[in-house]
Design a protein around this ligand. Structure first.
Ligand code: CMC
Length: 382
């Protein structure tokens, strides 16, 4: 048995998967062989979910049936809504509220008692989780603002329906398409921390709700999903500071601060998802307020040209431009990470389904570095 320890499991191969692949040197991401740029430009989020779960791109009929089936599952039970109200009243963080509400969905799932190896029940649970998560998040945001939750509209796609449930207004085509693209870009990304977490839980043959709840927990940290909100907070800090973006980022890096939205364990070049979101941010800025787009590009230019960070492989990741995109879509900043999670429920469930189909319990070893032998001292003698 190998005794080599790899801190943070960096570069360790832990499983085989047909779902997504990252070329960190070329800056390329594929889902089941399809380039993320093509999927973002041509497909819908539902089409990508179908691809991830079923293995092929749907025909028109397959997609229509699938989209309708997903839309049918959007409503959440009154008990879940009650819990959402309690969480909002307690001023719970949105990611924590999501974690609790997703976990609670199992209480009203008709397949809750299905045996662990019932693959079809696991698929249905996956579909319900992905369909209901947007409803949970939109309801949470409205309730905490003293507004009534809005029922899902089955005639809208998942992305447009989320924006509708969040704001009460049907989004225009640009907003709906931009958000749909953002969901596609966040749907899967190899064995990242939250996906691996979901797989570890799934490998015990625990059910899909347990796996996804754990995934939400892993994604909530600032080194993973939390960075998109941090990026926007940095933008506000710069906007309110007396320093220009260039001077601000110079001081921050001189002080040894990490710039959120920069760096990635897998990419040594600019994340391809960041390139796509940058273009969307630029488009939105051209039709509105360009403050945020200007700040992000100035930071990127400075870190690249003056600090040489980009050349060192510390380049913009997916979170760097998603913040300004969401901000321009009018989404509250503490909903950015939940939105990432809402999209990633597709990837988590796809990986759990794939892994459980040929399951082996994930159980690594740790190297013990504590004392070998100590004599037990009774409590009154210590
Ligand atoms: N700003 C400045 N320097 C950085 C940054 C940054 N954002 N990220 C890494 N570095 C430096 C770091 O200081 C270190 O330098 P040195 O070797 O001189 O000490 C070097 O780059 C390697 O950093 P690391 O922490 O060993 O690299 P890692 O692979 O463990 O970390 C990371 C990857 C994402 C945790 C890290 O880049 C980071 O903290 N970034 C900021 C947070 C962020 O944007 N997270 C979102 C990740 S992408 C979304 C997702 O897939 O979840």
């Amino acid at each position: 048995m190998a005794d080599e320890l790899t801190k943070g499991l960096e570069g360790v191969l832990a499983a085989e998967s047909e779902l997504s692949s990252i070329d960190g040197d070329a800056g390329r991401l594929i889902y089941r062989g399809y380039d993320i740029e093509d999927l973002a430009a041509e497909a819908s989020f539902e089409e990508v979910l179908f691809l991830l779960w079923r293995g092929h791109l749907p025909t028109r009929d397959e997609l229509d049936e699938f989209t309708a089936a997903m839309a049918d599952e959007r409503a959440i039970d009154a008990a879940v809504l009650e819990t959402i109200r309690s969480l909002a009243a307690a001023d719970e963080e949105p990611m924590a509220a999501m974690r609790t509400a997703v976990s609670m969905l199992s209480a009203t799932d008709g397949d809750a008692d299905a045996p662990a190896d019932d693959r079809e029940a696991a698929r249905r649970k996956a579909r319900r989780i992905v369909a209901k998560t947007p409803t949970i998040l939109a309801a949470y945001d409205r309730v905490r603002q003293g507004e009534s939750p809005i029922d899902p509209d089955p005639d809208l796609g998942l992305a447009a329906n989320f924006l509708y449930m969040l704001t009460g207004e049907e989004p225009d085509d640009v907003a709906a398409e931009t958000f749909d693209q953002a969901l596609i870009l966040h749907a899967d990304h190899g064995l990242n921390a939250s996906t691996f977490t979901a797989m570890v839980v799934g490998s015990t043959m625990a059910d899909m709700y347990a796996a996804v709840t754990a995934g939400v927990g892993a994604l909530s940290g600032p080194l993973h999903g939390g960075a998109n909100q941090d990026v926007m907070e940095v933008m506000f800090e710069i906007d309110e500071s007396d320093l220009g973006p260039r001077e601000w980022v110079q001081r921050a890096t001189d002080e040894g601060r990490r710039i959120p939205g920069f760096g990635h364990r897998v990419y040594n070049v600019k994340d391809p998802r960041a390139k796509i979101l940058q273009a969307r941010s630029e488009e939105l800025a051209a039709n509105g307020d360009d403050t945020w787009y200007e700040i992000t590009t100035t930071i990127e230019d400075y870190l690249s040209e003056e600090k040489g960070l980009v050349e060192k492989g510390i380049a913009p990741n997916v979170d760097f431009y998603s913040g300004s995109v969401y901000y321009q879509l009018g989404i509250p900043i503490d909903m950015y990470t939940p939105i990432f999670a809402m999209s990633r429920t597709g990837g988590w469930t796809a990986h759990v389904l794939e892994y459980q189909a040929d399951n082996r319990l994930i159980r690594p070893r740790g190297r013990y570095i504590g004392p070998e032998e100590r004599e037990y001292v009774p409590i009154d003698e210590r």
